[in-house]
Design a protein around this ligand. Structure first.
Ligand code: SF4
Length: 459
């Protein structure tokens, strides 16, 4: 932690801090979250950490004594978004000078102390590796009325991050690794989340065991490059999956985000042989369907290798459903190269796609490429890609009409008596039910299938 007035000598443990403040009045934190599931998971962690010092989650910034923007720099104009959101809180700060405002997440990691200089309303900035210091940061900012930046990567200590979440519900996330060593030329993640580090395998198992005791039935294992997980003793992602199926009472296991190059037939067989627990949904981020563009992206596979891997997974994991990430208008992308991305949709039955126009990110190689594609061409390509996928997705999802799917019920909504859950294929399913169904796995017959949701009735 680098601070304006102090340095990183804050050796107070979170529990000591909690004990010292248990008698203090409870206050509120409002966290505004952008980006991926990892950021959503980080926000849960921030809430749990701040609760230890009697700062509870509130639903509106007006009710908060601490406001945090948990930022994401994967999408465009990330820094600009932080500036404008922080600016919107200026009025609240004028009314309440004790209000403390901070920025965490990838923009905090990337911009560090520059944010404090550029956005005077901010009191603290912390990075993706210093979330656990949040209680101390908030306390120090308040007591010493100082501004704090804490955004150094910790390259030394073991990566320990027991899941902290107040209400895990039926299905929750468990972080197993972080960072990425792949350095795709368009991606800022290696700069904002650091190099790959995996958690100790025993700690993950114990973490999941504790969650199941709290009623969790399903976990999604998360990491930037989840299937390159490697334990201290050399156990890989497949070993972790196997141990979770055998040593915990989990009913369902999912994971995201994997890298196509780290899928192999052994992993496919583990999924196939334990399909009652490991869900048959595979996100296989392609990014492009053209080999030259993939090479410029530094993705580590050709179009043919990607397709071979998709075919292998289709044949070895029967019933698997697929989704992918695609970027259009990467620097130098010609019309013919874009059409290779379009034609990927004819080759792999992607039930959903997450597609974006390329936009340059700080520190990345591709941002310096001189042959950037004009914005209007990127927009036109994205429109064509979505239009093509809409037609395909419609046909792919129609197969669910009349089918009966196994659904883990995650929510009941009293307002309309509706239940929400997900099938083994990760389909979002809505149907009428009752509150006691939450946490149970039920059979739902699908009456109506839309590309992103299915509607049905319990049978
Ligand atoms: S593998 Fe994923 S997280 Fe890693 S650099 Fe590439 S896109 Fe980013």
């Amino acid at each position: 932690m680098q601070t304006d007035k102090s340095n990183d000598q804050t050796n107070v443990s979170t529990s000591t801090v909690a004990n010292a403040e248990t008698k203090a009045a409870r206050e509120g934190v409002f966290i505004s979250t952008y980006g991926c599931q990892m950021n959503v998971h980080d926000t849960d962690r921030m809430h749990a950490l701040l609760e230890m010092i009697n700062i509870e989650q509130v639903g509106r910034p007006e009710d908060a004594s601490v406001i945090i923007i948990n930022s994401c720099s994967v999408r465009e104009k990330a820094v600009h978004k932080v500036h404008s959101e922080a600016g919107r809180y200026r009025k609240l700060k004028n009314k309440n000078p004790n209000l403390k405002i901070g920025v965490g997440g990838c923009v905090g990691q990337q911009e560090k102390g520059n944010l404090l200089k550029d956005v005077p309303v901010l009191d603290f900035v912390f990075g993706t590796d210093t979330i656990d210091k949040l209680p101390q940061i908030v306390q120090e900012v308040r007591k010493q009325n100082t501004k704090i930046t804490s955004a150094r990567f910790d390259h030394v200590s073991p990566y320990q991050i027991e899941t902290l979440i107040k209400n895990p519900g039926v299905a929750t996330f468990v972080n197993i690794m972080k960072g990425c060593d792949n350095f795709c030329t368009f991606c800022v993640v290696p700069f904002t989340r650091g190099r790959e580090r995996s958690r100790n395998i025993e700690e993950i198992i114990q973490d999941v065991q504790k969650l199941t005791l709290r009623g969790v039935k399903e976990v999604t294992l998360i990491g930037q490059n989840v299937n390159s997980y490697k334990s201290d003793h050399g156990e890989g992602f497949g070993d972790l999956l196997l141990r979770l199926t055998k040593e915990t009472n989990l009913e369902r296991i999912r994971y995201t985000t994997p890298h196509p190059k780290d899928f192999n037939i052994e992993l496919a067989h583990i999924m196939r042989d334990h399909r009652e627990k490991i869900m048959e949904y595979i996100h296989l981020p392609a990014q492009s369907g053209n080999t030259e563009i993939l090479e410029r992206m530094n993705r580590g596979y050709t179009r043919e290798e990607y397709l071979a891997k998709a075919k292998m997974l289709q044949s070895e994991v029967p019933g698997a459903t697929f989704s992918t990430d695609l970027i259009v208008g990467f620097p130098g992308e010609t019309e013919a190269q874009f059409e290779d991305t379009l034609s990927l949709l004819d080759e792999v039955p992607f039930e959903s796609i997450y597609a974006f126009k390329y936009s340059p990110r700080p520190f990345t190689k591709a941002a310096k490429f001189l042959d950037q594609v004009p914005e209007d061409i990127k927009s036109e390509r994205l429109t064509r890609l979505f239009a093509k996928h809409r037609e395909i997705a419609h046909n792919l999802t129609r197969k669910y009409e009349g089918a009966t799917l196994r659904v883990l019920v995650e929510e009941y909504h009293e307002s309309d008596g509706g239940c929400f859950g997900r099938s083994t294929q990760n389909k979002s399913i809505h149907f009428k039910g009752s509150p006691e169904l939450v946490g149970q796995t039920v059979n739902v017959k699908i009456n109506c299938a839309y590309p992103s949701t299915l509607h049905g009735e319990i049978v």
